[in-house]
Write a new protein. Structure first.
Length: 239
């Protein structure tokens, strides 16, 4: 049934470009040489243990879906070196950008799924993730394309299953229609509670949430981003 916590319903297909401008030689080299060491292997059967992706145990695992150019993920990884980070991004130019950040900051706590996030979400075990980020996803503003939006009951079911009790789901958007869509879906989902208590809580980006190029571009265009934080309710409170 919609809004359940079993996470068993198939996830909808995600959409996005795989390539943009041709990569510069340095970025192309990073993809060829560095990505194989950091890429997540989904060829084996069974659940994927995210802790096993890292050389040393991590205090928690955080996941960013669609990390864009990677500046947010790299900043979080640098600020939280004891946390293991998983980033999913289908756009190869964004993957190359994140690899550059990883090399420049000498990060050892980031792993990458350079493909559709759906396959990764289906392999992660329940309760394995402490925080999930979805920042400035494509809003697909046309009504006929609304089915392509990432936020749907099915994906919220899966994210709820992955999150630990009291874990966080952070979503940012500069599209008012997508913000309203997200709130409508998340607030009626029994696993999520919106943490905002006043307008400032969602109009102002928290200190532990760096600005991305997408946010800067939105502000330059006169659009006000919204920063939504949802808490994963403890399982015992669900109907």
């Amino acid at each position: 049934m919609p809004g359940t916590d079993d996470g068993d319903r198939p996830l909808p297909r995600t959409f996005g470009r795989r390539r943009g401008r041709p990569l510069r030689a340095g970025r192309d080299r990073l993809v060829e040489e560095r990505l194989p060491d950091l890429a997540i292997d989904l060829t084996s059967e069974g659940p994927l243990d995210p802790q096993a992706l890292f050389a040393v145990p991590r205090e928690a695992i955080w996941l960013e879906i669609g990390f864009g150019a990677g500046e947010h993920l790299a900043w979080q990884a640098a600020q939280n070196p004891k946390v293991g980070f998983i980033g999913a991004e289908v756009f190869v130019n964004g993957v190359a950008s994140l690899l550059r950040h990883i090399d420049e900051r000498q990060l050892d706590n980031v792993r990458i799924h350079a493909d559709d996030a759906r396959a990764l979400l289906e392999r992660l075990p329940p309760g394995s993730i402490a925080r999930i980020f979805l920042l400035f996803p494509d809003p697909w503003p046309k009504a006929r394309h609304s089915g392509r939006r990432f936020i749907h009951t099915e994906t919220l079911d899966r994210l709820a299953a992955l999150l630990q009790p009291d874990g966080e789901l952070r979503i940012a958007s500069d599209d008012p229609g997508y913000v309203a869509w997200t709130l409508a879906h998340a607030m009626r989902h029994p696993a999520f509670a919106w943490t905002a208590r006043r307008p400032q809580d969602w109009r102002q980006r928290p200190d532990d949430w760096p600005e991305t190029r997408y946010e800067a571009k939105a502000r330059q265009a006169g659009r006000q981003p919204a920063f939504l934080i949802f808490r994963r309710r403890p399982a015992l409170t669900l109907p």
